[in-house]
Design a protein around this ligand. Structure first.
Ligand code: GLU
Length: 424
């Protein structure tokens, strides 16, 4: 047996142990386990940036390509103060399984810059994004590695990166990167896709359990791109959103929150502006209290590791849909499973974003754009099919949805590795 990798980084260690557990149960060969537990490329770059006051700071940037067995590596670029290469590797592995499970022709990648974007001006962020783009550009391209937005990045950052690499290559290359604004080669529907996908997974679970959405109370942690649109789509399906949160507070109302009001008062506002915000009829609690309110469904849509050994025992929800990547640690997962909580895993629940990215890439390659209706119809069809596949397997094998999803996802990648051999 080959040596099993371990990591000090909690997220990477979780990704590795989840993979080994599923791979061993499936009877994957030792060669396949060895190939898939290592990343094809871990790139670290320095990113010198001239700050507005004339000083120079050097940030660290990363891009990890875990696998290209099924196609170009695919995954976001995040800006976060404590980002490191191990975290990028963990998230890149997760993208490999996410794309495989979704049935789209990609491997997995992830990257970003260790920085605090909230303390930087727009000009500083532009200079940083462009220098980062130039440094990682040899590995980026429509048939090699296709980045997208992730935590604290969005359409604007994607345009800076695409524009820089396109200029370096002397031609526009829109399909090298997804999540672009609609006004510049983006796809209709992409912005709401992660939230629409997470909400749809929640609604499909309600359907599978024979529960009426109108009788379900949901709590959503995080009101960024994923959480806000998850709330919007659950609320329009009739569910009662009893709690939402951002990094400053939880807004709680057992009678239900007016999600449109929350959009108006919270979205696109600075931290300072959000400090004084109130929502009519809502009690304002501490930011992590959202995890423990009385509700049926909990959607953690913020950061990794929030449900752990300390917090998991306090959860009242019976169902959890992971909108964020890695919101539950292995200890948290064991506690919740023992308590009979049913969990829809991240790489199924938040796959709406990357499925939509695939649609954007396909449209860019063809230079032909779809309507939002065409986009949403195709997205919902895929998410519902994928949910059903995982649900049916978990029922048939009496396994958790996470394990059933891992087995399906790993098998597709392992088959590609087998076909292509070791020269990958
Ligand atoms: N950052 C998103 C994710 O973690 C989207 C990735 C993509 O579209 O490539 O799934």
């Amino acid at each position: 047996m080959n040596e099993r990798r371990k990591s000090e980084n909690v997220l990477l260690n979780t990704a590795l142990q989840d993979f080994y557990g599923a791979a061993e149960e499936m009877g994957l060969s030792e060669n396949q386990i060895a190939i898939l537990s290592n990343s094809e490329r871990r790139l670290e770059v320095s990113v010198p940036v001239e700050m507005d006051d004339g000083s120079l700071r050097v940030f660290k940037g990363y891009r990890v390509q875990h696998s290209t067995a099924l196609g170009p590596s695919k995954g976001g670029i995040r800006y976060a103060a404590d980002l490191n290469v191990d975290e990028c590797e963990a998230l890149a592995m997760l993208m490999t399984w996410k794309c495989s499970l979704a049935g789209i022709p990609y491997g997995g990648g992830k990257g970003g810059i260790a920085c605090n974007p909230f303390s930087m001006s727009k000009r500083e962020k532009e200079r940083m994004s462009r220098t980062f783009a130039a440094r990682i550009s040899p590995n980026i391209g429509r048939w090699s590695d296709v980045p997208a937005p992730d935590m604290n990045t969005g359409g604007q950052e994607m345009v800076w990166i695409m524009d820089t690499i396109s200029k370096m290559r002397g031609q526009i290359e829109p399909a090298q990167l997804t999540g672009k604004p609609i006004s510049y080669w983006g796809a209709r529907g992409r912005n709401e896709a992660s939230g629409l996908g997470a909400a749809t997974c929640g609604l499909e679970l309600m359907k599978a359990l024979g529960k009426d959405p109108a009788k379900m109370r949901v709590a959503i942690q995080g009101f960024g791109n994923v959480g806000s649109f998850t709330a919007k789509h659950l609320s329009s399906a009739g569910a009662t959103v009893v709690a939402i949160s951002d990094s400053l507070a939880t807004y709680y109302s057992p009678k239900g929150i007016d999600v449109n009001m929350a959009f108006e008062r919270l979205c696109g506002r600075s931290r300072k502006e959000r400090e004084g915000v109130t929502l009519d009829g809502c009690e304002k609690l501490g930011p992590s209290d959202v995890l423990f309110v009385d509700c049926d469904f909990l959607f953690p849509c913020a950061v990794q590791g929030v449900l752990n050994r300390d917090t998991a025992p306090k959860v009242k929800a019976k169902y959890i849909v992971e909108g964020a990547n890695g919101p539950i640690t292995p200890e948290g997962d064991a506690i919740l499973n023992d308590a009979g909580v049913l969990i829809v895993p991240d790489f199924l629940a938040n796959s709406g974003g990357v499925i939509s990215s695939y649609f954007e890439w396909a449209q860019n390659l063809q230079g032909f754009f779809w309507t939002e209706e065409e986009h949403n119809e195709r997205l919902l069809r895929l998410i519902r099919e994928n949910f059903k596949r995982v649900w049916d397997q978990s029922q048939a094998k009496k396994a958790t949805m996470r394990r059933a999803a891992y087995v399906a996802a790993i098998q597709r990648v392992a088959d590609a590795v087998e076909l292509r051999g070791n020269f990958l």
